[in-house]
Design a protein around this ligand. Structure first.
Ligand code: SAM
Length: 736
């Protein structure tokens, strides 16, 4: 059984929901229908009341509650079947600048929400504002009030994926009205206009999980950066209009390659699919100058209705099922997901506290999860083999290798295999402080390693080996490299390493960061902060499989800008380790970076990653990476680590062509380790040259600013927009 739910969107206010309607959709194999809650009768009644109030010179109107003749649905078996999604009236204008229309619309919406809840509907679709020109605040307020009417109902706002399609076609009569003076300067409609509207609504609704998106897909679809932006949002429904389809040579509806990519991309979010205008579409042959590829914007509204024709097909049969069939075919024939997606299924955007393997003893199941990684252990084996070959070439004999923090022993197995493959005899040690894992190591030694491994149950920092070690192999890395205290542990065991030829695998590791939009995670944290101390919620990092996110700073190729925060190298020079009065201060670090942001958005927090050099010689390097832009080159398909996320308490909006400066600190007092982080945002104003010569910082990619400076006689001046708190995980730091 497939888990794709495809329904038929029936937005006509005329049709009452009955088993006949459901049967009709079911006979075309649709899993559900969406239908208007109220009918044309109700619309006519309300419009009459508005006009009456207007002619009486009133600015308020009272809309009485619903009556039996006003509604399409009743609390019956149809609704109980769970196959009906309610749609509120699309003719209302919650954002109208006409107070009569706005107030009537709000009352209609609230009557419909109340009645939908009474009937037992769990989900509603609510038409979004029709343009961005009007009173978005009034729209937001009506929706937020609506959410409070029924605590269980989920509301999904219908918005087009393609922002410019919201631009008003012609000035409406209302535009002459005196209240127009409140509407401010003209709205520029661009790719993000629709997202701007959504951002206002969900911000006003405090990121509640009960508010989602029904994203409309039409013939014109946005560019990849806009699709990426929507991907970060809660797309619960994909509303695909028949106008998005073309007809193939046989007269069947198919989606264009860009539409197919869109569907495949959003399938990862598991939305419900609703197909609209698939019945009685009555296509006529039309001008076919755009038959091979869709234009970006339909030239007339007519063109956006109904499927496009190929030149060879005059008329398509009336076949509503064909739309569903095609979509189903597309969904069920997608390429298999990448390994991390299958491995992390169910963990997308799920917040976990980072492990503390030093302070806590891990359970077998946790080790078992690590051991499923198809790449990490191969990389370690390669690194150990290279190191052994290099030592052999230098004539070093009686090589001693220790895995420090051996867990259940997978790295020990790999070291033994590397030695066999490098034809080097080694003396093997396995050090583990977790007494339970140690039992498993004993079993492994007996059953797998022929008792050839010397096992020691101790904290590596206290280990006293019989002789110097040539190679210390460890895997103590967290999602931000050093956050599970690898530096502190390796410093403590470094004294056992051979002073001249001893090496550590890994040799070095680096922490990396980037500001991101993560509205889902922010919503989850807000919900947690209702019952928990906000410091414990917002001032701690989380390990998370970041999915519903958007990188706000990208390079010209669309790749995220991610910067290195700092590096640790092992072994550490002895004078650094042993200086007077040291309290682990050599493991303090700080780093900052400037991220140019060309397209507006909201910073919710900082994503963290790591890179690691396991072993490098003059000709080869073996590395690990969790950075989305380098993982494929360095350790493709590695799944052991999700990213780390450092939240901001208050989201920071950033305009087009701005910058975010992110600062990070790794702190320690000799007892524990913690991080501080802070974000500053900057915009640019332009002053005539001569008035100011303030220079944009070099990392700040000069956007329009440098061009203006040279071409138009203006110099850019960097001005601060906002500053976050300094957030600190000190209270919840890692014990050394
Ligand atoms: C992330 S696990 C890796 C386990 C195993 N090497 C693997 O790759 O599957 C880290 C291991 O190091 C151990 N460990 C952490 N700090 C230690 C210390 N100071 N001394 C000894 N073992 C330690 C933990 O108990 C844990 O078993």
């Amino acid at each position: 059984m497939s888990s794709y739910y495809i329904g038929e969107h029936l937005p006509s206010p005329g049709s009452a929901v009955s088993f006949d309607v459901l049967d009709k959709a079911a006979s075309d194999n649709y899993n559900m229908i969406s239908a208007n809650i109220t009918n044309i009768n109700f619309e006519t009644k309300v419009r009459g009341l508005i006009e009456k109030a207007r002619s009486n010179g009133r600015t308020r109107v009272y809309i009485p509650g619903l009556e039996a003749e006003d509604v399409n649905i009743h609390p019956d078996e149809c609704i109980a079947s769970g196959k009906v999604i309610g749609v509120t009236s699309s003719w209302i204008e919650l954002d109208s600048l006409d107070p009569l229309m706005a107030s009537a619309s709000r009352q209609v919406l609230h009557h419909e929400i109340g009645y939908a809840g009474f009937c037992g509907l769990g989900t509603l679709l609510v038409e979004g504002p029709k343009t961005a020109e009007k009173n978005i605040a009034a729209y937001c307020q009506a929706v937020v009030q609506g959410l409070a009417i029924n605590a269980y109902l989920h509301i999904n706002i219908i918005l087009p994926a393609f922002g410019p399609s919201l631009a008003p076609l012609e000035p409406s009569a209302e535009d002459d009205a005196p209240f127009m003076q409140n509407s401010g300067p003209d709205v520029v409609y661009d790719e993000f206009t629709s997202w701007d509207i959504w951002n206002s609504i969900r911000t006003a609704a405090r990121y509640t999980a009960r508010l989602g998106l029904a994203l409309q897909i039409q013939y014109s679809i946005p560019k990849l950066f806009t699709l990426n932006r929507w991907f970060a949002e809660p797309i619960r429904y994909l509303l695909i209009d028949s106008s998005a389809y073309l007809l193939n040579a046989k007269g069947y509806p198919v989606l264009t390659p860009p539409h197919q990519n869109l569907v495949r991309m959003y399938a990862r979010k598991n939305p419900y699919y609703l197909l609209s205008n698939v019945r009685n579409t009555g296509y006529e042959p039309e001008i076919s100058n755009d038959i091979d590829f869709p234009p970006l914007v339909p030239t007339t509204t007519e063109e956006s209705k109904g499927a496009k024709q190929t030149a060879s097909i005059a008329k398509r049969r009336d076949d509503p099922e064909s739309y569903r069939k095609y979509l189903f075919h597309l969904l069920t024939n997608m390429p298999p997901p990448p390994p991390l997606d299958s491995f992390g299924a169910g963990y997308q955007d799920f917040l976990q506290s980072p492990l503390q393997p030093l302070a806590d003893n891990l359970e077998s199941m946790t080790y078992e999860v690590f051991e499923k990684d198809p790449v990490k252990y191969d990389q370690y084996e390669k690194a150990v083999k290279l190191a052994l070959e290099d030592m052999k070439a230098q004539g070093i004999e009686n090589i001693c290798v220790a895995v420090v923090g051996a867990g259940r022993g997978p790295l020990v197995t790999r070291c033994i295999r590397a030695a066999t493959n490098a034809s080097v005899d080694i003396q093997m040690f396995a050090i583990e402080k977790n007494p339970n894992a140690y039992v498993h190591l004993m079993k492994m030694n007996r059953d797998v390693w022929d008792d050839r491994v010397t096992l020691v149950k101790t904290d590596m920092r206290k280990w006293e080996p019989p002789s110097y070690l040539h190679i210390l192999v460890s895997e103590l890395l967290g999602s931000f490299a050093d956050n599970e205290l690898s530096p502190e542990c390796l410093d403590g065991v470094q004294r056992v390493l051979h002073p001249t030829v001893g090496i550590s695998i890994p040799q070095s590791y680096t922490a990396h960061f980037a500001p991101i939009m993560a509205p889902k995670i922010h919503g989850d944290l807000l919900a947690r902060a209702v019952t928990n101390n906000p410091t414990d919620v917002f001032e701690v990092p989380y390990v998370v499989m970041l999915t519903a996110i958007d990188f706000l700073s990208v390079n010209l190729g669309g790749e995220p800008n991610i910067h290195q925060a700092w590096e640790f190298k092992h072994p550490v020079p002895t004078d650094e380790l042993e200086h007077e009065g040291g309290f682990n201060d050599h493991n303090q670090r700080e780093g900052f970076a400037v991220f140019p942001i060309s397209r507006r958005g909201v910073i919710h927090g900082i994503a963290g990653y790591f890179e690691c050099v396991l072993y490098q010689n003059e000709t080869a390097i073996v590395e690990l990476s969790t950075r989305p832009d380098t993982i494929d080159a360095k350790s493709k398909d590695m799944i052991s680590w999700f990213a780390i996320y450092f939240p901001l308490k208050s989201p920071m909006a950033v305009p087009d062509n701005s910058e975010a400066q992110v600062s990070f600190w790794r702190n320690t007092d000799g007892r524990k380790v913690w991080y501080d982080w802070m974000v500053e945002t900057f915009g640019f104003i332009y002053e005539p040259t001569g008035a100011s010569t303030s220079k944009i910082p070099s990392q700040g990619v000069a956007f329009a600013s440098d061009q203006m400076a040279t071409q138009g006689g203006f110099a850019p001046k960097r001005v601060q927009i906002a500053v976050s708190d300094i957030l600190s995980s000190k209270k919840n730091g890692c014990l050394m």
